[in-house]
Write a protein that binds this ligand. Structure first.
Ligand SMILES: Cc1ncc(COP(=O)(O)O)c(C=O)c1O
Length: 436
């Protein structure tokens, strides 16, 4: 979709953006987010391009959290655990699975951080393979890629050191991502686990989950997918794709708030074959039996460890409800339209200033964000933040533009990119000594 002329506005791109907003079936959701409408005479923030890193709060969540403090916690006190809280990690997990993961009940829960969940799942997966290493099946390798998010790499380095395993690195292209062909070349009878990201945090590359999962399974390995940058923006079909394990953040497109707990998915038929390493009372059959020994619960609860972070998992429910209401396919359609629009503006305005597009041009291989590289982007980002235009900066030279479909308007995307263009121009003029 390329911006076209519109006699209704002086700037054809702005006119296009306004037309897109008028015909956008999801536009009404934007009003449900804090800070998108003028308040007390203050205009809303100029452009928020970081909903893929920390989503905006919803107005419904403000009320939900307030009610929680005054009612559920304030009046029910410790009875709240029996009322609802003990079940909440799996209740929310099931609704998240239904709305965003293409997963049936009983396979998803909310708890721990993504980092901790990655550790627990990866250790459980490799241990299940290593148990058989005394026989002919010696699976001593973990496959990962060089450009995955640092925590994923660090966690696996720790596990490899702990278990005496070998890491087999796929050298991934930072402006693209991991291909099925690369995975096929890396896996073999020695592979215990493959860990990859569905959407690459830097480039936004969208990996081919079903094909890569099939390749790993053909080699007899388990696959753990990091869904942090795809959940809530890209359709996911965990059950249909045969995925073994998955984890993801809830503070990005799910608007759970800073540090809201992650979700974890474990395919139903392998749950009781896996034992995770953090043996806590909440993962046992009956936490309050206060047993002498750790006996893991059957099913998804065995992947829990300690007291669930109830306050932290409240807000995500309002976004899950919105996605369930409109459907993830509609969210994806808007996401693609937003990134296509931003890409067209970047090509027209930023590439002539020396920027390069560090994200896939093919929408089918791109998630919900775009990265634009230029040596001046670190300085540009600092200046943009001072103007209430909030993109992310990612080394080495990347300005990352996250376009959260439920809360971002086309006009907001337009205004943000105008600011990026003008600021980059200004910085380049200053660097060349021509600025006033
Ligand atoms: C792709 C990816 N994986 C893992 C993480 C780590 O999540 P946490 O810090 O919540 O453990 C992040 C955080 O942004 C991420 O983007």
């Amino acid at each position: 979709m390329t911006p076209t002329n519109d006699t209704g506005g002086r700037d054809p791109h702005l006119a296009f953006a306004r037309r897109m907003d008028r015909s956008d079936g999801l536009a009404h959701f934007r009003r449900r987010f804090v800070g998108t409408q003028p308040t007390g005479g203050e205009p809303p923030i100029a452009a928020y391009f970081d909903g893929n890193s920390l989503g905006r709060p919803t107005i419904a969540s403000v009320e939900r959290i307030q009610n929680f403090f005054t009612e559920a916690w304030g009046t029910r006190l410790i009875r709240g655990w029996d009322d609802e809280w003990m079940q909440l990690p799996v209740t929310i997990g099931d609704s998240l699975a239904r709305a965003t993961l293409g997963a049936a009940e009983g396979q998803t829960f909310v708890g721990d951080s993504t980092t901790v969940m990655l550790y627990k799942f990866a250790r459980a997966a490799v241990d299940s393979r290593l148990d058989r290493s005394s026989t002919e099946m010696s699976r001593t390798e973990i496959v990962l890629d060089t450009d995955n998010f640092p925590t994923d790499r660090f966690v696996l380095e720790g596990i490899a050191a702990e278990r005496g395993m070998t890491l087999r690195w796929i050298d991934s292209d930072p402006t693209a991502g991991v291909t099925p062909r690369q995975v096929a070349a890396a896996v073999g009878p020695q592979t215990a686990l493959v860990l990859l990201s569905h959407v690459a945090y830097r480039s936004g590359f969208l990996a081919d989950v079903p094909e890569i999962t099939r390749i790993a399974h053909d080699a007899g390995a388990l696959v753990l997918w990091d869904l942090c940058h795809s959940v809530g923006s890209v359709p996911i079909e965990l059950d249909r794709w045969g995925v073994d394990l998955a984890v993801g953040c809830t503070y990005k497109y799910l608007n759970g708030g800073p540090g809201s707990p992650a979700f974890g998915y474990v395919r139903g038929d392998i749950q009781d074959l896996l034992t995770q390493p953090v043996h806590g009372w909440m993962g046992t059959t009956d936490a309050f039996a206060m047993d002498a020994e750790y006996v893991p619960a059957r099913g998804i609860r065995r992947f829990m460890s300690g007291t669930p972070a109830i306050v932290g998992m409240l807000a995500m429910q309002d976004t899950i409800a919105m996605i369930e209401d409109c459907g993830i396919d509609a969210v994806r359609a808007k996401s693609v339209a937003l990134t296509e629009f931003a890409l067209a503006l970047a090509d027209e305005w930023l590439v002539p200033l020396g920027a390069t597009i560090a994200s896939p041009r093919d929408a089918a291989r791109r998630g919900g964000h775009l990265t634009i590289n230029h040596p001046a982007m670190r300085e540009v980002t600092t200046l943009l933040w001072k103007q209430d235009v909030l993109p992310d900066y990612r080394e080495p030279n990347g300005l990352r533009i996250g376009l959260s479909p439920l809360s971002t308007s086309f006009e907001e995307a337009y205004r943000g990119l105008v600011a990026v263009r003008d600021t980059l121009h200004e910085v380049l003029l200053r660097q060349s000594g021509l600025a006033r």
